[in-house]
Design a protein around this ligand. Structure first.
Ligand code: UFG
Length: 329
């Protein structure tokens, strides 16, 4: 397949690009490299370095031959930041995402895969969260992805665009072959921060609240390995031949912030200095996925079911890249 991948140099995007490249697809990445890294990509993959909001550049990319599909990862993705800059998130994510869908329709692209999110669900009444769970985003970030999902619904209904909305729970880990890992600047995600605290690359981890209605009082998340997410994109691309789909994607088990810290301690053999602070705005107490639908419809199964195995790949990548991309140790 010939595929255009927006945000393909980012954390999840680059792992998906490697999976597509491994199976021989012709992949072109469209990325502004603000969060993404050239070094995260296979060396022979073409990179168009441009803004999603640059209409001329996007038009030129989509007009350059036939595309079998577009995979859309380019987005702002921080729940906490979106509570501080709501309209920035809504205009950048939803606005540009919807314009991208419009461009795809105009250029005759037939397939679209959206990097969506568990943040659509806010504080869900029941877990695990299925595709039928009531949608109620707890943050402008979640809302912005919901708007793109709705635009895709209309793009299919009116123009026949086949799509998959993949609602990731907490993407974690690194490529087991060490080709791509997590390097956000600044880093705000729990697992890489806890690993850095274990390795002495930062003084401590601060835990955002221990008064949530969970067994140990800290938030529970469903950490899913980024390579498993990548395989889910391949499965979804095949499945949408039969019609558009929306899938929740997690490993199916929840872990609290304190359990993540204990896992990093076990896997690294080092103690993690920690301190409890106030809650972070916008954080739901529990987000755990039911991924039964994608399992049933595509046969997808996560290879990394255990938190320690996910943490081990993230730790190995960080040890080989103590300064992130560009400065491999
Ligand atoms: N946390 C801490 N201390 C930190 C960082 C995080 O206690 O220094 C806690 C958070 O409060 C949260 C948990 O660890 O309870 C996970 O936080 P992350 O920032 O790693 O991830 P989020 O759950 O906030 O969000 C991530 C992605 C979103 C996605 C969401 C889906 O960043 O894009 O998972 O669940 F929508």
């Amino acid at each position: 397949m010939r595929l255009l991948v927006t945000g393909g140099a980012g954390y999840v995007g680059s792992n998906v690009v490697w999976a597509l490249h491994d199976r021989g697809d012709d992949v072109v990445v469209y990325d502004n490299l603000r969060q993404g890294h050239r070094e995260a990509l296979p060396p022979d993959v073409r990179l168009i370095e441009a803004e999603l909001g640059d209409d001329a550049a996007l038009d030129a990319a989509l007009g350059d031959g036939h595309w079998d599909g577009v995979l859309h990862f380019a987005a702002l993705s921080l729940v906490g930041e979106s509570m501080q800059r709501p309209f920035h998130y809504l205009t950048e994510n939803a606005g540009l995402g919807i314009r991208l869908i419009d461009s795809c329709v105009r250029h005759g692209v037939g397939r679209f895969i959206l990097s969506s999110t568990a943040a659509l669900f806010g504080n869900a009444e029941n877990t695990p969260i299925t595709e039928k769970t009531r949608i109620d985003p707890g943050s402008p970030y979640g809302e912005s992805k919901l708007m793109i999902e709705r635009a895709l619904h209309w793009a299919d209904r009116i123009h026949g665009l086949r799509y998959a909305c993949l609602r990731y729970f907490n993407a974690a880990g690194a490529d087991p072959e060490g080709r791509s890992g997590e390097d956000h600047r600044p880093e705000t995600h729990l697992i890489p921060l806890v690993i850095d605290a274990a390795l002495g690359l930062r003084p401590e981890i601060v835990v955002f609240g221990d008064d949530y209605p969970t067994p140990d009082g800290t938030c529970i998340r469903d950490y899913v390995h980024v390579s498993d997410l990548a395989q889910a994109h391949l499965a979804a691309l095949a499945r949408i031949e039969a019609g558009s789909v929306t899938y929740n994607l997690g490993s199916g088990s929840g872990h609290s912030v304190l359990e993540v810290i204990r896992s990093v301690e076990r896997v690294s053999g080092r103690q993690v200095p920690m301190r409890i602070v106030e809650r972070r705005a916008g954080d739901p107490a529990v987000l755990v996925a039911s991924s039964s639908l994608i399992r049933e419809e595509t046969g997808w199964t996560p290879r990394f079911g255990q938190l320690d195995d996910i943490v081990a790949t993230a730790l190995a990548w960080r040890k080989s890249h103590p300064n992130g991309y560009g400065n491999a140790g």
